[in-house]
Design a protein around this ligand. Structure first.
Ligand code: 5AD
Length: 340
């Protein structure tokens, strides 16, 4: 065990670059001490109850050309879809019926769905649930319209803090992404952000910078996801991102953002059975359950064709295995009729 963990076994604060760097690569007993400290920080912050989100992947049209993602427009193998409002509301009713209070609308960066999304948000809000969005880079005015319609939070990951790497892999400037993140906060939404671990050219220093960038943004939610090689993309032949680095990054984020929502992303389960449980044990406290109907879901291949699709049963089993409880409403409301 290293002196750092011995000296401050619980609730320690890695504030220096060297501390973050060391914790990112720690192993064995030292790593267990890190995870334990992260769990203690989560408990002390009153954030142990696991938040469930229900995601609807409403469109796989995308303007962005990210090298890691199969819904990039260059992928001509991908059959494209865009849901209509009624489909989204029918799925929302399923989410709400399960007692899940956050409806998470996710899509490629698809300006043609903006108007439909606004209408969907307004109508989803007729049930007493939160609307979380992950729809990419928009104008400040568009973000403001989402808020007017009733959305309260937005995930826009910076993916990597290295501007050169970001430009090379994503094809647009990191500065633009960060400007959008600021707009999201300015218009009054909670911000979720985070990185991908395992991009080509990333170094340990880049990952330290990722954590420092997250600190600068002061997000409400933060995530680290392992890279998953995706068919029909320029990065399809790369290996998966490192599980231990990802878990350590999650734990460090918990120490730095004790009150944040931190997901154990499905990509963790994709690279290792039980990976999401490992994420909860490292300090995460969110699971996202996929409610996208199978026909659409199969076409939403951001995490490869055989991605791990999180079911309600899997989420509950994972939460129980972590010795935690879901954060859920006592009496799920019947909302189907309220949309008619
Ligand atoms: N591996 C890991 N994360 C990915 N994302 C998209 N494709 C991949 C991949 N191949 C993540 C990005 C994006 C979010 C919606 O999904 O971080 O912001």
């Amino acid at each position: 065990m290293n002196a750092y963990c011995e000296a401050r076994p619980v609730l320690f604060q890695p504030t220096e670059r060297a501390d973050i760097s060391r914790l990112l690569t720690c192993e064995g007993e030292e790593q267990q001490a890190l995870f334990q400290a992260a769990r203690a920080a989560r408990q002390a912050a009153g954030m142990d109850a696991v938040k469930l989100r229900g995601v609807i992947e409403l469109s796989n049209y995308c303007q962005k050309t990210c090298d890691y993602c199969a819904i990039r427009p260059q992928n001509k193998e991908m059959i494209r879809y865009r849901m209509d409002v009624d489909t989204i509301l029918a799925i929302t009713a399923e989410i709400v019926a399960e007692g899940i209070t956050t409806v998470f609308l996710q899509s490629g960066q698809d300006p043609k769905s903006d108007a439909m999304v606004l209408e969907a948000i307004r109508r989803i809000r007729q049930a007493d649930v939160n609307v979380l969005l992950n729809l990419g880079e928009k104008s400040r005015a568009t973000y403001a319209r989402y808020v007017e319609a009733g959305a309260d939070s937005y995930i826009l990951k910076f993916e990597t803090s290295d501007p050169v790497l970001y430009q090379n892999i994503v094809g647009t400037p990191l500065a633009k992404r960060l400007e959008c993140a600021r707009w999201i906060q300015d218009v009054g939404m909670k911000l979720g952000t985070g990185n991908i671990i395992g991009l080509p050219g990333q170094t340990l220093d880049t990952l330290v910078d990722d954590i420092l960038l997250a600190q600068e943004l002061q997000p409400d939610f933060v995530s680290s996801s392992p890279f998953i090689p995706n068919e029909n993309t320029p990065l399809e032949h790369l290996g998966v991102g490192d599980l231990q680095l990802t878990l350590n990054s999650i734990a460090i984020c918990r120490l730095l953002f004790p009150h944040a929502l931190i997901p154990a992303v499905s990509a963790l389960e994709k690279i290792k059975k039980g990976g999401q449980l490992m994420g909860l044990n490292a300090g995460a406290n969110v699971l996202t359950i996929n409610f996208t109907p199978k026909d659409f879901r199969d076409k939403y291949a951001i995490y490869s064709k055989e991605r791990f699709v999180v079911s309600l049963d899997h989420a509950h089993a994972t939460i129980a295995a972590a010795g935690l409880r879901p954060r859920q409403v006592a009496n799920p409301v019947e909302v189907v009729s309220s949309y008619n």
